[in-house]
Design a protein around this ligand. Structure first.
Ligand code: BYC
Ligand code: FE
Ligand code: FE
Length: 472
């Protein structure tokens, strides 16, 4: 169905045919806008930003580019098209038609998953709210704002489901989305990574590479949901997600390029005096963001995950393309876990290992970008290799929580850990150095901060000196 932009809330769900729902969402809309003004990108109300807006949910040609003041962005409700033949692909209900409404016995489970998903979206906007002050270019500033408005739209996607399918409880949960805040000691966001700070652009690029990629994998699993409105919401969110990860990957590449350029020019890898980020510091930030993002997949062995699957609520990554029985009642899966302070392999029922399996898919995907980063370093003539740390490194959730494990997977004593931690994770000094590079926003079209190379091409094929943001 085409997106109707004549409505106060743009949508492709025929919202005007349900007046109660429409009124409830129109009530929530000003609260969302207040939240955006208070907690969204700081001091940007009047800026005109070159943004893409969804105009259809087809995979080709779905977006339109133009200058928009962010508070006037047309946040709306866009679900991928319904497939009337779609069946549940796995679990006890395999082969049955997907649900167009919430089955009573799955209500609290689905609500919880939708709330957890929804909560991350505004959290990331809050985490990134000050980054505009130190943007390394107009190009980067525009990408930050694009991601921010789309995360705002992802919140709309989940709030729509809560309002449309969960009655009063759903409306209350929708309110709470704007009451919890990232890093708030009393009302924090639900998942750990979303309460960490994103104080600088190196962190931002690592976050959009690693943490938005958790979004990709979780959304893909929820896109397999038997609850069809959730599946269709997540399908369209995935279309938007690709750009977020692109910003992260290319952002890191551009920092690496610039660093290598100066290493070459000055024949040294001690580049801090040259005002760029040394490769060792890049690796530490990578270690931090990767390990924090791994926690987002939950426990290695999880009965929650088994139940979600068996009930048909949450599937595997690309479930329908996997060649097995999609029941997994007799299957097993080997996981890494901890026993008596050691890392051991253990074979567990495949149903319980679904979080770990998704984490494995995620790790393999993360590794592809790292390979491309290493190619860029190699092309510049250096043999430094960026590496993903061991999955057990620096974990707070799951079997390895609280253990001290090196990036290459060795269990360490407290003293050993303490002696090396500063080589593996950003120290206060590293953070202070990176922060010191974040000067006032670079606002001249076509100009870039000293520590980052320009991108290979502009957004929507715009020229290098395009004025992506107009300050008013
Ligand atoms: N932090 O059996 P387990 C995105 C809890 S990112 C705190 O493993 P489950 C985005 C867990 O709740 C994608 N608590 O749990 C990215 C459970 O509690 P109970 C976000 C945690 O449910 C960037 C207990 O520990 N979407 O979109 O299988 C920018 C046992 O654990 C954590 C989703 O996450 C944690 N990290 O797995 C913007 C999808 N991990 O039951 C946006 C929806 C576990 O004992 N969520 N716990 O009280 C889920 O699918 C699941 O909730 C999780 C956890 C995969 C997160
Ligand atoms: Fe999102
Ligand atoms: Fe995202």
């Amino acid at each position: 169905m085409a997106i109707d932009y004549s409505q106060l809330i743009p949508n492709n769900v025929d919202l005007s045919s349900d007046r109660r729902l429409q009124r409830a969402l129109e009530n929530w809309q000003p609260r969302f806008l207040d939240w955006w003004k208070d907690m969204g990108p700081d001091g940007t109300q009047a800026y005109e930003v070159y943004l893409r807006t969804a105009i259809s949910t087809d995979s080709n040609g779905w977006a339109n580019f133009g200058f928009v003041r962010m508070p006037e962005y047309r946040w709306g409700i866009f679900l991928a098209d319904r497939d009337p033949e779609r069946q549940i692909a796995y679990g006890d209900n395999k082969g049955k038609p997907v649900w167009q409404d919430v089955p009573g016995e799955l209500r609290s489970t689905l609500r919880r998953l939708i709330v957890t998903q929804g909560d991350t979206e505004p959290a990331s906007v809050e985490q990134q709210r000050l980054l505009g002050k130190t943007a390394p270019s107009l190009y980067d500033l525009r990408n930050l704002f694009q991601i921010n408005v789309e995360e705002g739209r992802h919140l709309w996607a989940m709030v729509y489901l809560l309002h449309a399918y969960f009655g009063r409880d759903g409306r209350e949960e929708a309110e709470e989305m704007l009451v919890r805040h990232s890093g708030d000691p009393d009302k924090p966001r639900i998942l750990g990574a979303f309460n960490e700070a994103t104080p600088d652009w190196l962190s931002f690029f690592m976050f959009t590479y690693f943490t938005d990629r958790d979004g990709k994998y979780q959304l893909a699993s929820l896109a397999e949901s038997g609850f069809d409105p959730l599946a269709r919401s997540c399908r369209f969110m995935l279309t938007e997600e690709a750009h977020h990860m692109f910003v992260g990957e290319t952002g890191i590449t551009r920092i690496l390029q610039r660093t290598c350029e100066l290493m070459k020019e000055h024949k040294t890898d001690d580049v801090r005096s040259l005002g760029v980020i040394d490769l060792a510091t890049m690796q530490k930030y990578l270690n931090f963001h990767f390990s924090v993002s791994l926690d987002l997949f939950g426990q290695e062995a999880s009965t929650n995950a088994a139940n979600y699957y068996t009930m048909g609520v949450k599937g595997r990554f690309l479930e329908t393309r996997i060649d097995d029985d999609h029941l997994l009642t007799n299957a097993t899966y080997e996981i890494d876990t901890a026993e008596d302070g050691r890392i051991v392999k253990k074979t567990v029922p495949a149903l319980q290992a679904l979080n770990e399996r998704l984490r494995q898919d995620y790790i393999e995907d993360c590794a592809k970008g790292v390979l491309r980063w290493n190619k860029a370093i190699e092309r510049a003539g250096f043999n430094f290799e960026m590496k993903l740390p061991h999955r057990a490194f620096n974990r707070r959730i799951g079997a390895f929580a609280g253990m001290r494990i090196s990036p290459d997977g060795r269990v360490l004593s407290a003293a050993d850990w303490a002696a090396h931690e500063g080589k593996w994770l950003p120290t206060d000094e590293d953070r202070a150095y990176v922060t010191s590079l974040m000067g006032p926003a670079v606002t001249e079209p076509g100009k870039f901060a000293h520590w980052i190379a320009p991108p290979a091409r502009g957004i929507n094929n715009q020229p290098g000196d395009f004025e992506y943001v107009r300050f008013n």
